[in-house]
Design a protein around this ligand. Structure first.
Ligand code: GLV
Ligand code: MN
Ligand code: MN
Length: 427
């Protein structure tokens, strides 16, 4: 990693980590929780946060917090910002790191301006937001808030069959202590996450930054189809029990169900298909099909999933295979706090607002504290792929917006300790 100056831009901070976790096979980045790459990013984050005078405190669930305490040290609930450092397999450089880096840049700029918060201000890097290693998205924020039962989280396995409990213990966590942290949650007064936009909304609106309004309900299901492993050349077609055939029907059914007129606006995706043993000259004995389904209406999501499972089940029966369906994760609809949104609009002026189908830790936090989001324009709208992008000047507009929001929400005691910009004590 290269050294960067104190007056860093978002682009220079992104350059500092551009070599970490590159995926030579897939392209882009694979930075999964507690891998070498992701740990390197955590260390980088801790170093940068400490360099700007923040107190770095990992929590018991794998999330890393960096605190700016007011002086004299008060115990008012904090203004928290941040995002995540992990990626999807072969993901882009912005999803996650942009929010963490923008948060650090905002804190640096506030410090450089002489601002002193009237209440604690914290930057957080949440663990396993993408669920790229253990399958459940926003795992760190779910554990913190109790949105996932710790026992079932600890039993989750990665691609090598290692449990979260084992991997977390190797990373220095105490698995028996993982789970809801009411004390830490009570320290959060308000949470604002900045994120690269994951669609073309801001291109169409011709604006570098937008305010988030809501997150669609979404979830992941795993269709595990068991057949009989055999030889690709010698097993007669009539004798085969090939789980790849119902898996293929599931893929097609996902598109058909999402497209159906009654499911207008729904998305259903199979992006992960795992045949076992996975030999090109072997009929698989099992295939796991991961179905991701989303819609503004949770009932539509459930209907889409039911249709896909029914299609896969019919095909499995014809093929002599068994189908089991596991609900791996579910996120209810999020509506970001209307008062916080109004406050952010008051601070930032006339800003477009966007609803999204992408999940975020802010959505998990929103069930417990006022939460809001800022999106930064993505010129192609492509995300979860190496082509994900945001122009440097748009990233700077994002930091500027975040800096203004944080300074207003955290208030200021001014350099002389006198009450300054009048932060809202209710957050
Ligand atoms: C996270 O970006 C998700 O929505 O899957
Ligand atoms: Mn993502
Ligand atoms: Mn993200």
């Amino acid at each position: 990693m290269t050294a960067v100056s104190d007056a860093a831009t978002v682009a220079s901070r992104l350059r500092a980590i551009e070599g970490v976790g590159r995926d030579r096979r897939r392209g882009g980045y694979s930075r999964h929780v507690f891998t070498t790459a992701e740990r390197e990013l955590r260390e980088w984050f801790a170093e940068r946060a400490a360099a700007c005078g923040l107190d770095v405190e990992p929590d018991g669930n794998g999330n890393v917090w960096a605190w700016w305490h007011p002086c004299p040290r008060g115990d008012a609930p904090a203004v928290v910002t941040g995002s995540h450092l992990d990626s999807v397999p072969g993901g882009g450089a912005f999803d996650g790191p942009l929010g963490v880096i923008s948060a650090l840049c905002a804190v640096e700029r506030l410090r450089a301006s002489g601002f002193r918060p009237a209440r604690p201000l914290a930057v957080v890097a949440f663990a396993e937001e993408e669920g790229g290693r253990f399958g459940v998205p926003c795992l760190g924020s779910r554990l913190l808030t109790g949105a996932i039962e710790p026992g079932s989280a600890l039993r989750l396995t990665d691609g090598d069959g290692d449990t979260l409990a084992d991997v977390a213990a190797r990373a220095g966590l105490r698995p028996e202590r993982m789970g809801p942290d009411a004390d830490l949650l009570a320290r959060i007064g308000v949470f604002v996450e900045l994120h690269v936009e994951q669609g073309r909304g801001l291109v169409d609106l011709d604006s570098p930054v937008a305010l988030g309004t809501s997150i669609d309900p979404h979830g992941r299901w795993r269709l595990s189809i068991t057949g009989r492993g055999d030889h690709a050349g010698s097993a007669a077609l009539a004798d085969r029990r090939d789980p790849m055939v119902p898996a293929a029907h599931a893929v097609v059914a996902a598109r058909q169900a999402a497209r159906a007129a009654s499911h207008d606006g729904a998305r259903a995706t199979v992006g992960r298909l795992e045949p076992s043993p996975g030999g090109s000259n072997a009929i698989a004995s099992r295939v796991d099909v991961w179905l991701d389904a989303r819609s503004a209406d949770g009932n539509v999501v459930r209907q889409v999933v039911a249709e896909v499972c029914a299609a896969a089940g019919r095909s499995a029966e014809q093929e002599g295979c068994e189908l089991e369906v596991f609900a791996e994760s579910w996120s209810e609809a999020t509506r970001f706090d209307p008062l916080l949104r109004a406050r952010m609009r008051g601070i930032l002026g006339d800003l477009p607002e966007l609803a999204t189908g992408a999940g975020h830790d802010a959505g998990v936090l929103a069930a417990h504290v006022p939460a809001g989001m800022l999106y930064v324009r993505n010129p192609t709208g492509i995300s979860h792929a190496p082509a994900e992008h945001a122009e440097p000047e748009d990233c700077e507009s994002g930091v500027e917006a975040l800096t203004r929001v944080l300074s207003e929400l955290a208030g200021s005691t001014g350099a002389d300790g006198a009450d300054g910009t009048g932060g809202n004590g209710s957050w």
